[in-house]
Design a protein around this ligand. Structure first.
Ligand code: NAI
Length: 351
């Protein structure tokens, strides 16, 4: 059930939104609004069960609280999952129904795109509520967050390189990139421009070949990517790629990528640290997307604000690395502790 669910973490609000007419079944979870209104995207996914969807939304919304805190945004953490029906009759109607559910929360939660959801879907949500971002038009529209996400990951990756190899220079470093979607392709561009050698994979073979051609990369089968003899592993597909098994066969020293929830569980972070691998916590390095979305939510006009926040990600990851050195190298635990500290301090000041 909900309160004893393993991923329930004192979430403030969990809403089960059902709309028979459009076929909408969604769960909206607000983990924390301590730092501001909860913000986090909407994911459309085929779940095997309601329990699986609940676990996903509870984990993802908590992750957004930590991500927003680490990015220094005045936003809390929330997330929506839509349980994809067998057949979507009318996508516009489905997302309009979601918009009404979000509007009933009165501004406690803002949404944007996540996996399986695009700008046209957000436009349908926007027809019913103003608490939506990631739009393509409008005064503060922030558009596709992926290039900004890639830039944030890249900034952090260079900080990691500096720590491991004494230089941010990536010339001749070999990077294994898993997943060549929106963010993965932008990252390949940045890595290639910085002189890194690339080995890539994607479930979509055609996409992998096209990217490989563009960036002079070699292509390997998806199952082989973690085993590549590379300096840097760049996960940009789905979560759960860092398991005890995959980490045991991972040659890369530095792990830094955009995918959310890369660690199968917290104990993998301990294994990474004891194997002397530098894991840069996903929710810190991939915050560029939410920073981009936040500029829309917060109606920021000054472009320097976004650049400053991206730069700050580099400083934050450096703080995580430095503190982890003094604590068995477990960067994930350190990032969690810093994020919780930022939220707790705010709670104390507000009390
Ligand atoms: P996307 O859906 O555009 O791309 C994902 C790519 O990964 C697809 O090309 C897919 O075929 C491939 N893929 C899936 N499973 C794979 C596997 N096992 N092996 C190899 N390739 C596989 O997604 P996007 O937007 O590029 O996001 C990538 C990751 O980054 C996701 O985990 C997302 O949650 C996360 N993220 C994305 C942000 C953004 O701004 N788009 C922001 C923060 C996190």
């Amino acid at each position: 059930m909900l309160f004893d669910h393993e991923s329930f973490d004192g979430h403030e609000t969990v809403v089960f939104a059902k709309d028979e007419a459009s076929g909408l079944s969604a769960i909206i979870a607000l983990h924390s609004t301590a730092l501001g209104p909860a913000a986090g995207g909407t994911r459309l996914w085929r779940y095997d069960s309601d329990q699986e969807a609940l676990g996903d939304v509870l984990r993802l919304s908590r992750g957004m609280t930590y991500k927003n805190a680490m990015a220094g945004l005045p936003l809390g953490g929330g997330k929506t999952v839509i349980l994809a029906p067998d057949h979507i009759k009318d996508r516009q109607a489905l997302f309009a129904a979601l918009g009404r559910a979000i509007d009933r929360l009165g501004g406690a939660y803002w949404t944007a795109e996540d996996v399986g959801v695009g700008p046209a879907d957000m436009a349908a949500v926007a027809g019913e509520t103003r608490f939506v971002a990631g739009l393509e038009s409008g005064t503060f529209a922030s558009g596709d967050p992926s290039p900004v996400t890639a830039r944030g990951v890249f900034t952090c990756l260079r900080v990691g390189a500096q720590h491991l190899w004494g230089s941010q220079d990536l010339i001749g470093r070999r990077a294994a990139v898993q997943g060549l979607g929106h963010v993965g392709q932008h990252l390949c561009h940045l890595l290639h421009a910085a002189g890194a050698d690339l080995v890539v994979c994607d479930l979509d073979g055609k996409r992998a070949s096209a990217v490989a051609k563009r960036y002079d990369a070699s292509v390997v089968a998806p199952d082989d990517i973690v085993h590549q003899d590379a300096d840097i592993f760049v996960p940009c597909a789905l979560g759960g790629i860092l398991t005890h098994e995959s980490v045991a066969g991972l040659p890369a020293k530095l792990i830094c990528g955009a995918a959310n929830n890369q660690l199968a569980d917290d104990s993998v972070a301990v294994q990474l640290a004891s194997a002397d691998k530098l894991y840069l916590p996903d929710y810190v390095v991939n915050a560029g997307g939410i920073i981009n979305v936040a500029s829309e939510i917060l109606r920021i006009e000054d472009h320097a604000w976004l650049e400053g926040k991206l730069e700050a990600l580099g400083a934050t990851i450096k703080e995580v690395i430095t503190k982890a050195q003094a604590r068995n190298g477990n960067t994930a635990a350190v990032a969690d502790a810093i994020a919780r500290g930022r939220i707790d301090v705010h709670d104390r000041l507000a009390a």
